[in-house]
Structures are given as structure tokens and as C-alpha cells.
Ligand binder design. Structure first.
Ligand code: DAH
Length: 377
């Protein structure tokens, strides 16, 4: 008996030897049997733990041996049939074995946990030297962003944007020409310059945004301080500089005591804000039927700074826009008293301004929708 116990216990921690030998003097049948059972379960649990391969295995072993329905518990239930002394001895052994198993399970669990964590960290490692994913992003067309930029400059100078119904693209000759003081025989009215809508006499695709001036003056009393961005159409042969539609921004400022000085102040400020720095400008005398006096605003060439280059055609100046004091005939036409009110107007081409600022050398690039071009802005 003694030999058997020693062999059986040879795997056991020291405490168990002590327990075992101290109990040796009381070999009672029941107690011995339960001890043997406990020890057998301990050995098999220990073997299971040694063979475990994962946290999952460990969890299963814990369930198998230590859960309420596990093997230890069913044995512990038998304790109640033992004498008080045996209960104490076998109970202590059962508790000891439970504790030892818990410790072994925890040790193995921690080992696997660390191992699995390391593997996961290794696998999920982020290579911060890899280049990022390209996420294509849409953006405004260069013409849209240029229009927005110009409009917001004028908004900051106190202009508001005209509502679209006062600025139609399909227009009558009345607004596109007549009310703008354009003579009946003016060459701009020629079908070679202006698109007429088939079957609708007197209806045109507007050739300029200036008609919006008339609409707004018919609908609003001064003071009027507006800009009107929009598309215009002209019967042109298409080339690098001309397209049969393009975009303009019209401006109109009517109030008491508005002078050519106000015009110069506003437009010089516009140039400074649009090109990013104050630049030499010149107001060159010109002619438009709806303004008197009329001028064209030139800015010193932004490429050659006045030296003369291909962009400015050797002149050192770039033509930016047309402008002038609103003609008395125009004011009378819309019922604004020219003795009380005066004002200035201006009109500029959006494509031209974008071409100058971004060094675009062909107007057709705006309309081909070639992504290689559009993505640059
Ligand atoms: N409408 C003119 C054009 O298309 C530009 C223009 C010139 C507009 C003078 C104006 C202005 O308002 O005062 O060429």
C-alpha cells in the first residue's frame, strides 16, 4: 500500500506528499478510495493541461474538471458521507488539488494568451512605410472655382449676386441689345456674331451678361450693387482663344454720386485681390454702347511684368475687362433719373481670367473635360 501511494504521488507537489504521508496512519477504506480518485483526476487533468494547445483547450479542461458539473465537484459531493475527520483530510486534499490545478491552468492560459497576442500583433502589424491608399476626390471645375472666387471678391466689396431669373441665357434682342443702347445696325447683332433662336423672332442666346443690368434695374430701385455670373454664346470659329460659348461676370453699381473714381477704386481692388498683389493697371479709353465714358482695364502682364512676352503679345499689358459709367440713355430706358443717380458697370470673361492666372493657353481645355487637365486645379 505504501509503495503504491508513493508511485502514484511521484508527480505531486511537495504539499501533497506531506498530506499523503501525514494521513498514512489513518488508512480507512472510504478515505483511501476518494483520495485515489482525487489523485487520479489530478494526474489526468495535469496531463491534459500539458497537452493543451490553445486557450480554447485550457477553457475546456477547466470546464471538464473544475466547473460545477466537472469531475472534482462530483467527487466533492461524496465528502458528506465521510466521517468528520476524513472530511477534513480529504476536503483539504481536494482543495489543495483544486488550487494547484487552477494555478497550472492559469500559467498555461497566460502562456497561450501571450503567444496568441504576439502572433496577432505580428500578423496585424502596420507597415507605416507603405504609401497611402489613393482616394479619388471630386472637386469644382476650374471655371466654377474661378467664378466663385471672383464673385466672393465682389461680395466682400459689398456686391450681391443677382437672382437667376434676372439673368436668363435665352434672351430677347430687347434686353441683349436694344435696352443697352446698341444701334439697330450694330455688327454685333449680325447672325455671324449672335445665335438667333430658330422660329422665334427677336429671341437670342445672349451674347453678353450685360442684359442682366436691364433686368435688375427694371426690378430694383437704386442703390443697386450686384454681380451677375453666367454663360454667354457667340457665333465664333472655335480656336485656342475663342469658343462659341464662354462665361462672363457682369457688375453694376448705381447710387447717388457714383463717379469714375469709384469704378477705379473697386476694380483696382479686385485686381489686387484676384492676382494676389497690387499690380500696375491702366484704364484705356474704349467704346461700349451702354457706357459713357467707356474703358478697358489692363493689368501689367503677370508673366513678363511689363517686359513684353508671348502672353501679352509684346505689349507688356493684359486686357482684363470692359467697364464704364452707365450711359444716360440706359438709365432713362429703365426709368432711373440720371440727374439723381449715376453708376458704373463692368463685364469680364471668366475663361480669360482663369487662363491668365493659371497660365492655361487654350480655351478649349475648359470644355474637353480631360481629367489630366482638370485635376491640376
Ligand atoms: N458686355 C461687354 C462684352 O461682352 C463687356 C462689358 C463692357 C460689360 C463694359 C460692361 C461694361 O458692363 O460696362 O464685351
Amino acid at each position: 500500500m505504501r509503495k503504491v501511494i508513493i508511485i502514484l504521488f511521484s508527480n505531486y507537489p511537495l504539499q501533497l506528499y506531506i498530506l499523503t504521508f501525514s494521513r498514512y496512519h489513518f488508512p480507512k477504506g472510504e478515505r483511501i478510495e476518494m483520495k485515489t480518485q482525487l489523485e487520479n483526476i489530478y494526474s489526468s487533468a495535469k496531463a491534459d493541461i500539458e497537452n493543451a494547445k490553445s486557450i480554447n483547450d485550457i477553457d475546456e479542461i477547466r470546464l471538464k474538471y473544475l466547473s460545477r458539473k466537472g469531475e472534482f465537484n462530483s467527487i466533492k459531493k461524496g465528502l458528506k458521507d465521510l466521517s468528520d475527520e476524513d472530511k477534513r483530510i480529504v476536503g483539504a486534499l481536494a482543495n489543495q488539488i483544486t488550487q494547484d490545478l487552477e494555478a497550472l491552468l492559469k500559467e498555461k492560459h497566460d502562456l497561450f494568451y501571450q503567444k496568441e497576442l504576439n502572433e496577432k500583433l505580428q500578423k496585424d502589424r502596420i507597415d507605416i512605410t507603405l504609401s497611402g491608399k489613393y482616394i479619388p476626390q471630386g472637386k469644382a471645375h476650374l471655371l466654377t472655382s474661378t467664378t466663385n472666387e471672383i464673385v466672393s471678391i465682389f461680395q466682400n466689396l459689398g456686391f450681391s449676386v443677382i437672382s437667376p431669373e434676372l439673368s436668363p441665357e435665352v434672351e430677347t434682342e430687347y434686353y441683349n441689345f436694344d435696352m443697352l443702347n446698341v444701334p439697330k445696325d450694330h455688327p454685333a447683332r449680325d447672325v455671324q456674331d449672335t445665335f438667333y433662336v430658330k422660329g422665334m423672332p427677336g429671341v437670342v442666346l445672349r451674347s453678353q451678361t450685360s442684359g442682366a443690368q436691364i433686368h435688375v434695374m427694371e426690378n430694383q430701385k437704386p442703390p443697386i450693387k450686384v454681380v451677375a455670373p453666367g454663360r454667354v454664346y457667340r457665333n465664333e470659329n472655335i480656336n485656342a482663344r475663342k469658343n462659341n460659348f464662354f462665361h462672363q461676370i457682369e457688375g453694376l453699381y448705381i447710387d447717388k454720386d457714383i463717379t469714375f473714381g469709384d469704378l477705379k477704386g473697386v476694380l483696382n481692388e479686385f485686381i489686387r485681390l484676384y492676382f494676389g498683389a497690387a499690380r500696375p493697371t491702366r484704364f484705356r479709353s474704349s467704346f461700349f454702347p451702354f457706357t459713357e465714358p467707356s474703358a478697358e482695364l489692363d493689368v501689367q502682364c503677370i508673366m513678363c511684368h511689363g517686359e513684353g512676352c508671348r502672353i501679352c503679345g509684346g505689349t507688356g499689358w493684359l486686357e482684363i475687362l470692359g467697364c464704364g459709367m452707365v450711359d444716360v440713355n440706359v438709365l432713362n430706358g429703365v426709368g432711373i433719373d440720371p440727374d439723381v443717380y449715376s453708376g458704373f458697370a463692368f463685364g469680364m470673361g471668366v475663361e480669360r481670367l482663369a487662363m491668365l492666372k493659371y497660365a492655361v493657353d487654350d480655351i478649349r481645355l475648359f470644355f474637353n473635360n480631360d481629367k489630366r487637365f482638370l485635376e491640376q486645379f
